[in-house]
Design a protein around this ligand. Structure first.
Ligand SMILES: *Cc1c(COP(=O)(O)O)cnc(C)c1O
Length: 466
């Protein structure tokens, strides 16, 4: 299995080199050269199997010969041994044929752990094999950073630099990053938005001399190995609801990584009725999928900060397929986006996308109301990101009329205790942190504030990396 860049001007790589590269050298994103498939019989054989076994069976299709089946199984087993729920991604029913998929049983209480715990172990394996070290950089709107730091802390062959927008993450999110004091962990509070952090990140990767000097790698979902482990829970959810009842998956979306993983699951052959892209008021993906309008607007802070994004990097991977894998077309659209802050999607491409994708936009009042509504109906607490998914699903379902058939699976991307203020405002209940994190507010913090400036960040990394 080889990987090619969406912009057509970077070397073709195997899985391991793709993992270590992160972003392609031409600024594009790596995608599999062709989509592997699992036939119906193979899918059925996975029904009822433990999560790590399904994970290895799915990921095996993508890693080629860079890992033996036993090595892959071992990595996956270790990654999920730390989760607080043995099913890893359990389904909880909140209404007739409405299921919440809890993806936050990992160490940092958000779904990013599902991929990051695997990614860190894939890095370890590859770096040990090559006797190499790595400088990992990431930009985070909150959850990627803590999940990456938690996965990489204390590892000998990697140091990690995480940029977060100063003052724009929740306190729990910030503390989960800044209270990790291992000396291979560096937190950079950037004076700007998440998109500024992401721009700096892209500039670091596009400076090839710097990139090679420090052996740069990325843990954002531009890294293919970040997306891949997320394919698995779409498979386990569909399997447990029965393959003859293709679900609608409602996915709270920012960078399009998680919902792209759902798309990959459909490419494998998983029966899925719809992938519902749920955005907050930072709605570029809703405008794109409903009207073909991909134009950048300012970022508005919301109570679901992990989706306060306008530059939705992973959307490029879908565009690549929508435009029949023509890298010149993608390169030119991305150049347009950079120059004019927008591009338009052709009717054809949009039509094709709408066979599988739908989109809803959920504002702040609806988000808050949905947290309250679900709590009153079921005494179940959901965080604001999850609430965006639930609200989107219920609106979508209502619009389909009485012929609509579920099931609906709403991805719950964060534990309610990660966003306690919003949850308390909506329900009057302040969700407690799990026991092992109960002292988070007392722990010592460490981070440095930097301007939103590429050179400042480069100098910082050069000074601190080992
Ligand atoms: C990262 C994140 C999202 C958005 O995921 P994408 O893959 O960027 O679309 C949604 N909810 C939470 C809690 C997150 O941490």
């Amino acid at each position: 299995m080889n990987y090619i860049s969406t912009r057509g001007d970077a070397p073709t790589l195997n899985f391991e080199d793709t993992l270590l590269a992160g972003l392609a050298r031409d600024g594009g994103l790596y995608v599999p050269e062709q989509w592997p498939t699992l036939d119906a019989a193979a899918l059925r054989r996975l029904q009822g199997r433990p999560y790590p076994e399904v994970a290895a069976a799915v990921m095996r299709l993508f890693v080629g010969d860079t890992l033996t089946p036993a090595e892959l199984q071992d990595i996956v087993d270790q990654a999920y041994a730390r989760f607080r729920h043995h099913s890893v991604a359990p389904l909880v029913q909140i209404g007739p044929d409405e299921w919440v998929m809890e993806l936050w049983h990992g160490p940092t209480l958000a779904f990013k752990d599902v991929a990051m715990q695997v990614l860190a172990r894939l890095y370890d394996h590859a770096l040990a094999k090559r006797d190499q070290t790595l400088t990992i950089v990431g930009a985070t709107s909150g959850d990627t950073g803590s999940a990456a730091i938690e996965a990489v802390r204390g590892r000998e062959r990697a140091c990690i630099f995480i940029m977060h927008p100063h003052g724009r993450t929740s306190e729990v999110q910030r503390r989960q990053m800044t209270t990790v004091l291992d000396n291979n962990v560096h937190n950079l509070a950037i004076e700007g938005t998440f998109d500024d952090c992401q721009d700096i990140l892209k500039s670091l990767f596009n400076d090839h001399a710097f990139r090679d000097e420090v052996s740069l790698s990325g843990v954002n979902s531009i890294n293919w190995a970040r997306v891949l482990p997320q394919v698995v829970y779409y498979v386990t959810a569909a399997l447990s609801l029965g393959l003859d009842r293709p679900p609608v998956f409602a996915v709270p979306t920012g960078n399009f990584g998680d919902v792209f993983a759902g798309y990959v699951a459909t490419k494998l052959g998983l029966p899925v009725r719809r992938l519902l892209v749920a955005t907050n008021v930072n709605d570029i993906l809703w405008r794109t999928l409903s009207a073909g309008d991909h134009s950048l607007a300012g970022v508005t802070p919301t109570m679901s900060p992990s989706m306060d994004i306008q530059v939705s990097s992973n959307f490029e991977r879908l565009l690549f397929d929508l435009y029949k894998r023509d890298p010149r077309k993608i390169a030119s659209m991305m150049a347009q986006l950079k120059e004019n802050r927008k591009f338009e999607i052709s009717k054809d491409a949009l039509q094709q996308a709408s066979d599988l994708f739908a989109a809803e936009r959920v504002d702040e009042a609806e988000t808050l109301a949905m947290i309250g509504q679900v709590y009153r109906e079921t005494e179940y607490l959901i965080d604001p990101h999850t609430a965006v998914g639930v609200a989107a699903y219920r609106r979508f379902k209502a619009a389909q009329g009485s012929n609509f058939r579920g099931p609906g699976v709403m991805l719950s991307t964060a534990h309610p205790a990660k966003f306690p203020d919003a949850v308390e405002r909506a329900t009057g209940v302040r969700p407690p942190l799990p026991e092992e994190m109960a002292d988070l507010y007392e722990r010592e913090e460490r981070y440095d504030v930097l301007p939103a400036d590429v050179q400042a960040v480069k100098d910082y990394i050069l000074g601190k990396r080992r």
